[in-house]
Structure formats: C-alpha cells, structure tokens
Write a protein that binds this ligand. Structure first.
Ligand code: NCD
Ligand code: ZN
Length: 345
C-alpha cells in the first residue's frame, strides 16, 4: 500500500486571497501548500490597473513570513471599457499573468464585470497576440436562466462563439461543474483548458440542501447533480493535460456565510491537497495526481514547473470546525471530517 506521495510542489491556478485583515489571515494557508497561485482580482474596487496589481502583490508578500517561497501571479479584472494597452503593458512588465472575465453580476464582487463579450473584443485580440491567458467565470447571468443551467448555457451562448472568433486565445474555463463543460473542454483545441475545485469533486447539490440549508457548501458556480460530479472526477483523474488544479478557495466570515443571504464561496485552502488526494485515491489514480496538481497548469501557462518537492503521508487529518484567520473564525471545507492524508511539507 502507498504510504507516502512525493510530487513537485503544486500551484493553485485560481484563488481568492482578499485584502486587509482577511488577507493577513488566509495567505499563509495557500503559501504553505502551493508555490504559486493565480490570484483573483475581485477586490473592492477590483484590480483593473498595472499599479493596483503591483501594489496588491506587495501586500500579499507582506502578509507572509519573511522569505516565504511563494509567488502570487496577478490577474487583471476585465471591464467593458478597459484599455487593451493597459493589459498589454501589465503583461509585458511581468505584473499580469492572466486576465479575468467575470460576466457582470455573476458572483461576489462582479458588478463591474463584462456586460457583453463583444465590448472587450479589442482586449481579447491583444491577449491572443501576446499569448496571455484569459480566465473565465463561465456562467450566464440572465434572470430567466435557471442557476443550475447557467454554465451549460454559457458554453453555447458565449464560449463557443468566442473561441470560434479568436481561435488562438488561451482560455481557462474555471471551476467547471458540469459534464457539459468536461465534454466541451475535451473536444476543444489545446489552447482551451479547465480548472476543477476540490468541492466540485466531493459534493453534489444535495450537500447544500438535504437535512437543512448548508451555507458552507454554497459556492458559485453552484454544485450540480451527481452525474456531473462523477464526470468531473473522471476528468481530473484522467491524466489529460487540459484539466488542472484551481481551488477557488473563497473565504468569507462565518457571519457572512450564515446569513439570510449567505455569500457564495468555500474556504478550502487549509487542506486543499489532502482534499484533492482523497479523490485521486478513491478513483485509483494516484499516479495522475502530480500531473493535475503540478505539471498541467505550468505547461498550459508556459511557465516552468517547480523544482522543489512536497510529501503527503497516508495518515488521518482531522479537519477542525473552524480555523483561525487573523482572529477571524472561518469554517473550512470538510469541517469536522477526517481526511486520509496529511500534508507533511
Ligand atoms: C468567489 C468569491 O467569493 O470571491 N465565490 C465563489 O463562490 N467561488 C467568486 C467566484 O470565484 O465566483
Ligand atoms: Zn473564484
């Protein structure tokens, strides 16, 4: 029986580190397990300039212990009227690694997102030209589309036309939640990839709704039916380089989650690797874990793989009911459960 797993240090290709006190509280959980992370720009106000991204990167590093071996990869929040030259300038200066497309109103702090992809055509053409990755929150926002259908409809209405119009653009379809998305990405050319979160591999929509409403299982895109979860598990463990790790760890205070209008977002950073590895073990695909966690992402982004290694040991980790994040109590994913692996550094 396998008792330890040693792989190149993984990266997290989608994380929310927030700002101020929350940033101070959560940054070290991500930096403990990952070498690099694609940091989401949905602050208030959002990160839309090179200067704002550069200052945010400095605040992230300042929130970590001196000498922490962690590299935040910054993203630019796309709006209807962002200047394509700002995106080019940030990419060429090494400040922006990717740009993020939030359909306006799709999720937390997305009010200044894009109302119509046609409006950012100029930016997307520049990105295709310079080889910069577009990260996409793939959900339509129309009130008449059922929330469980919003990802599948987005593929037809937005993603397929976008890829047909700008075929060389590198696109990461983020935090996919449906069999439709798996099939779409599998069939798409090599410049289209997807990230998968731990929660969408572990839970289906029952986790939110059976036996009471469970706000800590609520995130966007919302978890779907079991058949979709199974399709995601097959994709993540398939060894296909189009699928890689992106936690979408999205901390909100306990009171903001446990509310009449609870925020979307699951905080999974503290035990992210233990959570993913449980899936690979159950699917009898431990040999595919390093590709998903540490190799496919850098290959897609055109970045070097990490040289250092990390080890996980086959012994139980008890996930606490709450974790401390700079004095704020956050409820982590898997709170109160036991995971069969332990990150050993
Ligand atoms: C994210 C957040 O809280 O910023 N929430 C979430 O449910 N994933 C936003 C996002 O990535 O959709
Ligand atoms: Zn996110």
């Amino acid at each position: 029986m396998t008792t330890t797993i040693t792989i190149r240090r993984p990266d997290d290709w989608h994380v929310h580190l927030r700002d101020d006190a929350m940033l101070q509280g959560v940054a070290s959980y991500t930096a403990r397990q990952f070498a690099r992370a694609i940091v989401m720009p949905n602050l208030t106000p959002p990160i839309t300039t090179v200067e704002a991204a550069s200052a945010y990167r400095d605040r992230i590093m300042a929130a970590l212990p001196d000498g922490a071996a962690f590299e935040p990869l910054m993203t630019c929040y796309l709006t209807d009227n962002l200047d394509p030259e700002e995106v080019r300038r940030g990419f060429e200066a090494g400040v922006f690694t990717a740009a993020k497309l939030y359909p306006a109103g799709a999720t937390t702090n997305s009010d200044s997102g894009v109302t119509d992809v046609a409006k950012i055509r100029g930016v997307l053409e520049v990105m295709a030209e310079i080889g910069m990755v577009l990260c996409v929150h793939g959900e339509v926002t129309a009130a008449d589309i059922d929330i469980f259908d919003r990802e599948a409809v987005f593929i037809e209405q937005v993603l397929k036309p976008l890829i047909a119009e700008i075929p060389s653009l590198k696109v990461v379809f983020e935090h996919i939640t449906t069999q439709d998305a798996v099939r779409f990405v599998e069939a798409a050319p090599a410049n289209v990839a997807a990230t998968i979160t731990p929660q969408h591999l572990h839970i289906n929509r029952n986790a939110m709704l059976v036996g009471g409403m469970r706000p800590h299982a609520y995130c966007l895109p919302v978890a779907k039916r079991e058949l979709h979860r199974l399709a995601l598990r097959r994709a993540a463990t398939s060894g296909l380089p189009k699928f890689f790790l992106g936690t979408d760890s999205a901390p909100h205070t306990r009171s903001a989650k446990e509310s009449a209008c609870g925020c979307a977002g699951i905080f999974n950073a503290p035990f992210a690797l233990e959570s993913y590895l449980a899936v690979f073990e159950a699917e009898e695909a431990l040999e595919q874990f390093e590709g998903f966690a540490s190799l496919h992402g850098p290959a897609f982004y055109g970045l070097p793989v990490n040289e250092e290694a990390i080890t996980l040991e086959k012994r139980d980790t008890g996930v606490p009911e709450t974790v401390d994040a700079g004095g704020e109590q956050l409820v982590p994913f898997h709170a109160g459960q036991t995971l069969g692996w332990t990150f050993a550094g």
